[in-house]
Design a protein around this ligand. Structure first.
Ligand code: 5GP
Length: 129
C-alpha cells in the first residue's frame, strides 16, 4: 500500500529494521551515509535499493531537512553503487517513488537503481492515456 511522503518517521519500517540488522539483506555497498542492498523482488537483472542512514521518510523530507553534508554524502554513495556494480559503461536508471501517486510503499527514503539490460520507456502508459 502506498504511503504519504510527508508523515512522521516510523522506526519500525522495514528499512529501519534492515539498517539496525534486525532483518537480513544482501548488502552491495555501505559507507557512513548510505546502505545499498538487493531489492527482494527485482524488476531488472540489477535492482538495488540505496537508502540513507538517517531517519528520512521521503525525498521531500530529506531535501527539506537533511544537512548539506548528508545530502551530498548520500548522492555520492548512489553514484558509487552504480560504479561499483560496473554499470557505468552500459548505463542504469534511478527511481525515487514519493508519496501515494509515486507509489512509495516503504516510508524510509530509498533510491531504486536498475540496470543490466536496456530499460525501455520511463513510464508505463495506461491504456487510453
Ligand atoms: P517503493 O514502492 O516504496 O518505491 O519500493 C519499495 C521496494 O522495497 C520494493 O521494490 C520492494 O520489493 C522492496 N522491499 C520491500 N520489503 C523488502 C525487504 O524486506 N527487503 C528488501 N531487500 N526489499 C524489500
Amino acid at each position: 500500500m502506498a504511503v504519504s511522503g510527508l508523515g512522521a518517521y516510523d522506526d519500525q519500517n522495514i528499512f529501519a529494521r534492515i539498517l539496525r540488522g534486525e532483518i537480513p539483506c544482501r548488502k552491495v555497498y555501505e559507507d557512513s551515509w548510505a546502505l545499498a542492498f538487493d531489492d527482494i523482488s527485482p524488476q531488472a537483472p540489477v535492482h538495488v535499493l540505496v537508502i540513507p542512514k538517517g531517519r528520512w521518510v521521503s525525498i521531500a523530507d530529506f531535501t527539506a531537512h537533511a544537512s548539506e553534508a548528508e545530502i551530498a554524502g548520500f548522492w555520492r554513495a548512489v553514484g558509487a553503487v552504480g560504479k561499483q556494480l560496473g554499470l557505468e559503461p552500459a548505463g542504469y536508471r534511478l527511481l525515487v517513488n514519493t508519496g501515494e501517486d509515486g507509489g512509495q510503499e516503504v516510508a524510509h527514503l530509498h533510491v531504486h537503481l536498475f540496470g543490466g539490460r536496456p530499460l525501455g520507456r520511463m513510464l508505463e502508459r495506461p491504456a487510453g492515456g
